[in-house]
Design a protein around this ligand. Structure first.
Ligand code: CNA
Length: 301
């Protein structure tokens, strides 16, 4: 039978349908795609949010162009800005996974997660416990590092210690610069990434996209290559929903959830939730009847 929650007529039909199908087991291959917006609540700025995003905060770095800070060729000439951002913006505050990260882990525990694609390099997806075989860190991770000359492997704590006294960490075995295992602009993405995406999107019956501007390829093609009549949920605090490639403009009713400052628009297969992602997750887990499991998961983490 349908739970009371999912019969709630305050939900758009497509959202009710998604909740029912997760409950009755007919949605069992959920793919999640996330970006920097799911880690802002952990204290890590994103790139593109106006004023709070890193791109608006780089004046003092004297960069030739904004994206230089994460640019592979620029890094080879001048690695200092990247390490400074790493030290000051990513790990100074010892960030912890957010509710949204744990929601993805909960999907795995409920047996419905096919794959989690993260564009983030902060490693919080791993720290939330998402299994290695479910996790694709599409742009690499800062949790590990290696010497750019001799390939010696180093950890994030080692690098953070180095950065306390040295703007550029150097290898203990050779004069090479030790760089985090992230993929910078202009560098190659993992060989099997597109193949994997194709397989996952083919099997996927629900795609959940959270906290990303979808500005970076190729992961954004997960969204555009979804088959018709499959469900998608988009969660973003801004109006970027209007710019989601391939999503019907939603001109229907607007569903308001003022307690959480969230509103929802939907078409027959797409649901767009506008609001802070942790707030949207509170609502979503409520509709699924999973609120207690999420709290338990976070408490036991
Ligand atoms: P982006 O382009 O900065 O977009 C972030 C998106 O998240 C924006 O659309 C925001 O509106 C939205 N957003 C921000 N905060 C919230 C929130 N609390 N709730 C809901 N939505 C929110 O970042 P993308 O990830 O889309 O771009 C891809 C780049 C950014 C990747 O290569 C990342 O490596 C890189 N990046 C990663 C991190 C990280 O690892 N935490 C931080 C900054 C940048």
């Amino acid at each position: 039978g349908l739970s009371k929650k999912s019969q709630d007529n305050k939900l758009p039909a497509s959202l009710r349908c998604i909740v029912n199908k997760i409950e009755d087991g007919s949605i069992k291959n959920v793919v999640t795609l996330v970006g920097a917006g799911i880690s802002t609540a952990a204290g890590i700025p994103d790139f593109r949010s106006p004023s709070s995003g890193l791109y608006d905060k780089l004046q003092e770095y004297n960069l030739p162009f904004k994206t230089a800070i994460f640019d592979g060729s620029y890094f080879e000439q001048n690695p200092k800005p990247l390490f400074r951002v790493l030290r000051d913006c990513f790990f100074k505050t010892h960030p912890k996974p957010t509710k949204t990260h744990f929601f993805v882990k909960l999907l795995e525990e409920k047996g419905v997660l096919r794959r989690h694609y993260t564009q983030n390099i902060d490693g919080l997806d791993r720290l939330a416990g998402i299994s290695h075989d479910k996790l694709v860190e599409a742009h690499g991770t800062m949790q590990s590092a290696h010497c750019s000359e001799c390939q010696e492997v180093y950890s994030l704590p080692w690098m953070m210690l180095q950065l306390e006294s040295n703007p550029v960490p150097k290898c203990a075995k050779c004069p090479g610069v030790v760089r985090p295992d992230i993929i910078l602009f202009g560098e190659y993405l993992p060989d099997d990434l597109t193949k994997r995406m194709k397989e996952d999107v083919g099997e996927c019956d629900l795609l959940i996209v959270m906290g990303t501007s979808l500005a970076v390829h190729p992961v954004s093609t997960l969204v555009t290559s979804m088959r018709p009549q499959k469900f998608r949920i988009f969660i973003n605090k801004s109006n970027s929903g209007n710019r989601i490639p391939g999503v019907d403009p939603c001109c229907g009713r607007r569903y308001e959830f003022p307690d959480k400052q969230v509103w929802v628009e939907a078409s027959s297969c797409d649901v767009i939730m506008y609001g802070d992602c942790d707030d949207c997750i509170d609502l979503l887990t409520g509709w699924l009847g999973w609120s207690e499991s999420l709290i338990e998961l976070i408490q036991n983490a």
